[in-house]
Each structure stands twice: as C-alpha cells, then as structure tokens.
Design a protein around this ligand. Structure first.
Ligand code: 5RP
Length: 275
C-alpha cells in the first residue's frame, strides 16, 4: 500500500514522538538535576515529554542547551535554563538527550544536519550518559548509506577553501559550503559564528569490515576518517560522534549509551552497545 507524502510526514512525526517519550521515561531519573538538551525536530518531543512530567518532577532540574534553538525550547517549556559554561570543573551532566542524522551498527553517529554539532558534542561529552532519539529513517548499517548529504564539518570561514581542497584530497565527493538560503543569502552561519561544510564520503566502514583504516575500495573506517578530519587546520568540529560511550569511559564520551528509534509500525526499537 502506498502512502502519500503527507501520511509519511505524519508517520515520521509520530515515530519521533514515541521514541522521545520512551527515552525520557527510561533515562530521566527523578534524582537527576543536570540534563543536556540537544537540537533538531526530534528534541522538541523530548522537551515536551519532560515538561509533561510537571513541575513536581522537574523543578529541581536544570537544562543545558546545545544552541539557540534548544535554549528557546527549554525556556518556552518553563524549564530551568543553565549553561554548560557554568558547569563546575569536575562535574558532569546526569544525562543528555539529542537527535541524530544517521546511526550505524556500532552506534557511531552523523550529527549536524541542524548545524549545531559543535555545542551538541560538548554537551554529549559532558554527560555521564548520552541518549540518542530518532525516527526509523536514521537507523542504518553504515554511516553515509542513508544520509547522503555528507558529514557536517564546522569550519572557520577564512579556512573554508583550504578545508574543501583537503576534503577532496581525502576522497570526499563534492564537499560544499552549506548555503543559508532560503533564510539567509550566502553561507549558513552557526551559533558559534562559523560555517558548515557538508562532505559526502563513500559509506564508512566499521572495524569488522576491514583490518586497516581504508577498505579495498578506498572507503574509510569511521574512526580513521574522524581522526583525519579533526586534524585539518581550520576545522573546529566534525559531525561524526565516535569512539567510546559513557559506559566505557567516565567522561568525554561521544557515542550514546542507548539509541531510541520510533518505528513505522508504532513500536520503539532500543539499540544499546551490546545489541
Ligand atoms: C542538529 C542535529 C540534529 O540532532 C540532527 O540533525 C537530527 O535532527 P532531527 O531531529 O530534526 O531529525 O545534529 O545539529
């Protein structure tokens, strides 16, 4: 049975909402006081689910945004806004919730479709547990399979031409500075005053696919590509969330401890590092 574009859009919204409510139910414990809130359209439902718990549950909690959109979401929901810059040294967030553009079999993520990747990575890595919330379209065996727009990379504007050259040298097919249109002429400008380059690469490999950094067809492993991209002069941050999760290291983890996917059949699939 074919679905219309309108029905498909409704299905996606319903699945985001289901995943968000389930993730909040499972990972927002009543004793938590510091919660990271990511960016994007799925996180809207995370905030909705948290606000629905009511002030009795949330009044002792402070919410840490990943940019101007999530800052507005937190305030509009009547939740207490706090900033990661005010998190005392040696302290962590209890949990952070955020969306993703693609999630692979090993729970590596592509993020940055909404241009908030730098602050998102700081907040995720500041949390004891990072929980990813998404719809069924984001579930993918390998990064770059479903998300074809490329890996979002936040760059210093004056370095953008050099970064584009280097990305092409590394095998990116047609990397581009993200345009601001229709909202803004010229390049999109992030909350940090920087630009985004979207760099498509062939689907990224996992360690189980190859014993080297590159497969026989020249495709990169996630870790090798990420390590290379972050070293390019002018790159501020990359939209690959990789390495360890919060169960493997005490702090600084980029990968989620759980990823919730609202499925097309109305169920919620929960992916954990072992599953
Ligand atoms: C923004 C992000 C978002 O989490 C990602 O783009 C997913 O967004 P959405 O929930 O709207 O699909 O990384 O920088």
């Amino acid at each position: 049975m074919s679905t219309t574009a309108e029905e498909q859009a409704k299905l996606v919204e319903t699945s985001k909402r289901l995943a968000a409510y389930q993730a909040v139910k499972d990972h927002l414990l009543p004793e938590y006081t510091r919660i990271g809130i990511g960016s994007g359209s799925t996180v809207v439902y995370v905030v909705e689910a948290i606000a629905a718990l009511g002030p009795a549950a949330t009044s002792k909690m402070a919410f840490y945004p990943t940019g101007s959109q999530s800052e507005e979401l937190i305030e509009a929901a009547g939740l207490t806004l706090q900033y990661i810059s005010k998190l005392p040294a040696g302290q962590q967030l209890d949990v952070a919730f955020d969306g993703a553009d693609e999630v692979d079999d090993d729970m590596n993520l592509i993020k940055g479709g909404g241009a908030c990747l730098w602050q998102e990575k700081i907040v995720a890595a500041s949390a004891k547990q990072f929980v990813c919330v998404a719809d069924f379209r984001k579930l993918s065996p390998r990064l770059g399979t479903a998300w074809k727009k490329g890996i979002p990379i936040e760059v210093l504007p004056m370095a953008a031409p050099r970064v584009l050259d280097e990305l092409q040298r590394m095998g990116s097919q047609n990397p581009r500075i993200r345009p601001g249109l229709p909202g803004k002429a010229g390049a999109i400008v992030t909350d940090n005053g920087l630009w985004i380059i979207d760099a498509p690469f062939a689907p990224l490999l996992l360690p189980k696919d190859t014993e080297t950094d590159r497969g026989t067809d020249g495709a990169w492993t996630v870790d090798a590509l990420a390590d290379g991209l972050i070293k390019i002069p002018g790159v501020a941050e990359i939209g690959l969330f990789y390495g360890k999760n919060g169960l493997q290291v005490a702090s600084g983890a980029q990968k989620p401890v759980a990823a919730y996917f609202g499925m097309a059949d109305g169920s919620v699939e929960v992916k954990t590092p072992s599953s």
